[in-house]
Design a protein around this ligand. Sequence first.
Ligand code: SF4
Length: 351
Amino acid sequence: MTAARSLTTVAELAAAGLLPEAKRADAAAVAERYAVAVTPALAALIDTDDPRDPIARQFIPDAAELVTLSEERADPIGDLAHSPVEGIVHRYPDRVLLKAVHVCPVYCRFCFRREMVGPEGLGTLSAKALDVAIAYIAERPEIWEVILTGGDPLVLSPRRLQAIMERLAAIDHVKIVRFHTRVPVVDPDRIDAALIEALKASGKTTYVALHANHPREFTVEARAAIARIVDVGIVMVSQTVLLKGVNDDAGVLAALMRAFVENRVKPYYLHHPDLAPGTALFRLSLAEGRALVESLRGRVSGLCQPAYILDIPGGHGKVRADSLAVEEADDGCFRLRDFRGQAHAYPPEDG
Ligand code: SF4
């Protein structure tokens, strides 16, 4: 049974035995700068005897987060450059992000939106801002898909989710609604009948993209939560961030992708880590990432192969990091071609 409250302060993490004495001062400095939250379900999953525990590494503040490199950016994937109205990111013609909330049940230490999420972040869209965001979608017939992200949209109450879905259901040209969430693994008890019902909209197809990064996240409770969603006919796909010290190992990645497939979640995105501030501890090079992804081919079924994706810094969209659109140069840097055919250097030259 999951306890009610998440751990959100260094004192609470320490009291739960998740932060050794020697690391508390640095963790407090990190917590001043970036949000902290660990759900009871995840706290129970951390092996406190393992100093390199891959679950702890994702959620327990680390002194290395205090170091921001010159190439790191507050808005690494350029959301703000493509935000015509509050709460909307319109980067590609046929789809928009709808960021209704900037709160998450957990705060990942590598978060690409870490400057926007958390109690000090951009908050929840006001009723007026939501009206404007919905009107933006309704006025543009080219918008086929709405992606609810944030923050984690599944922290919203079923009543609020249902209200958003009813408004999207009334827009004929929107056919697909996709939720990006970590809730089924980090707070599985939250996935109850009322919440699942709220994810459905009349005449629309709902997809849920589940963010998980290590096979141990698939606890009995998490598997049951996923099954409750899939059993009502909602399609699930995966997203994973490739993270040094968490899943940068062919065996771990293979086990993770198999766990998704076994639970009826089709592997979709494997993200190269973004240039978010204070996240260098998680970043492997593009060459290392490509070698890892290559090692998955042949090792696991085609069902288990995700698309390895890099979000081009500056808001230029996604590129398949293992495709011909990414070329390695002689100096060890890469040249990327975005979906409009424009070339970019990676890492960016203007870092
Ligand atoms: S759940 Fe997503 S948005 Fe929230 S902290 Fe983690 S990576 Fe960031």
